[in-house]
Design a protein around this ligand. Structure first.
Ligand SMILES: [Zn+2]
Ligand SMILES: [Zn+2]
Ligand SMILES: [Zn+2]
Length: 325
């Protein structure tokens, strides 16, 4: 039984005891049209004019977070733990098995964005979920072993640590300067013009000042906006698609493995360390992080948000103890 445990030293929550299942249908892609019976039933799809699906979302068959997970927060001595309550959905981004983001058409992107917006808005209705995280891993180096273009939607009972850090630092900046940190970053990048990859009226794509990976790129709206799921207006959407698809064409020329993560506002009005006289909507600013992967990382390691560990520390200790030395 998987559960969430908090590391009292770093404050980070980890999912422990999650069993990674090996795919049983070797050689058959469960995400290709015609194989829908190999996945759980559709939650939401958007159809083409001929009635076939263009994008499709369904519950993960081996979810990291589950709706029915029992108990809430509880203690074990000084330690905190809780059930892995939440949701884990898979979005198949395109019916074509071999397409990658660099070859998506404007319409492909448009439908995918609509599906993402729908899932975020829908899952945010459940107040048990503090955060809705959308990410994709592409390529084996990024930990993805199904080639068919797909992404993950996680609804989590905690705010992932990387997001909490971003919330905290943007809140401190706002307290001091009464300005959004991300808006300030956008202005400085525009002014310095040293790290910009591309820019249009509404969006900027740049390599962040303290990049964690070579060719790391962040895409941000140039004017203040806290919620990705509120991305609207045909012109704005067209500009977003144009900058995103341009970046993905460049990224895929340089690397064949990357992760993409959407950082939108959390599903709560406060977080640990939040100052009551401020609003998250005022100081948080949505963005997309594109993280090329060069080193082998384990399949379920999400180092930026939280760790998912198949073996519990108790099992690990037992296994280590039983090794003869
Ligand atoms: Zn496929
Ligand atoms: Zn802003
Ligand atoms: Zn971020």
């Amino acid at each position: 039984m998987a559960e969430l445990r908090k590391d009292p030293v770093s404050g980070n929550w980890c999912v422990v005891g999650y069993t990674i299942l090996k795919s049983t249908s070797v050689g058959i892609c469960p995400f290709c049209p015609g194989n829908e019976n190999l996945t759980p039933p559709t939650i939401k799809d958007i159809k083409n004019e001929d009635g076939t699906w263009a994008v499709r979302c369904f519950p993960a068959s081996n979810p990291i977070f589950i709706i029915e997970a029992g108990e809430g927060k509880r203690a074990e001595g000084i330690y905190d733990k809780m059930g892995n309550v939440g949701a884990h959905e898979i979005v198949v981004e395109n019916p074509v098995h071999s397409k990658t983001m660099s070859s998506f058409t404007e319409n492909d992107y448009s439908l995918l964005i609509e599906l993402y917006k729908d899932r975020i808005a829908d899952l945010k209705k459940d107040k048990r979920f503090k955060y809705i995280l959308i990410f994709k891993n592409h390529g084996e180096l990024a930990g993805s072993y199904i080639f068919h273009p797909h992404s993950h939607v996680l609804a989590t009972p905690i705010i992932p640590q990387r997001i909490e850090l971003e919330l905290y630092h943007s809140m401190i900046h706002y307290q001091k300067k009464e300005r959004c940190l991300f808006c300030d970053i956008v202005s400085q990048e525009m002014r310095q013009n040293k790290r910009i990859v591309s820019v249009n009226n509404n969006f900027i794509a740049f390599c962040p000042f303290a990049s964690r990976f070579p060719f790391e790129v962040w895409i941000m709206p140039r004017s203040h906006s806290a919620h990705f799921e509120k991305l609207s207006g045909e012109d704005v959407k067209t500009e977003f698609i144009s900058i995103m698809s341009g970046i993905m064409k460049r990224i895929e020329r340089l690397t064949n493995a990357y992760s993409i993560v959407i950082h939108t506002s959390p599903n709560v009005l406060t977080f640990q360390g939040h100052s009551d006289d401020l609003l998250i909507d005022d100081y948080f600013h949505w963005h997309i992080e594109i993280l090329p992967r060069y080193l082998r990382s384990s399949k379920y390691k999400r180092e930026d948000e939280f760790y998912v560990v198949p073996t519990t520390p108790e099992e690990s200790a037992g296994m280590l103890r039983s090794e003869r030395v």
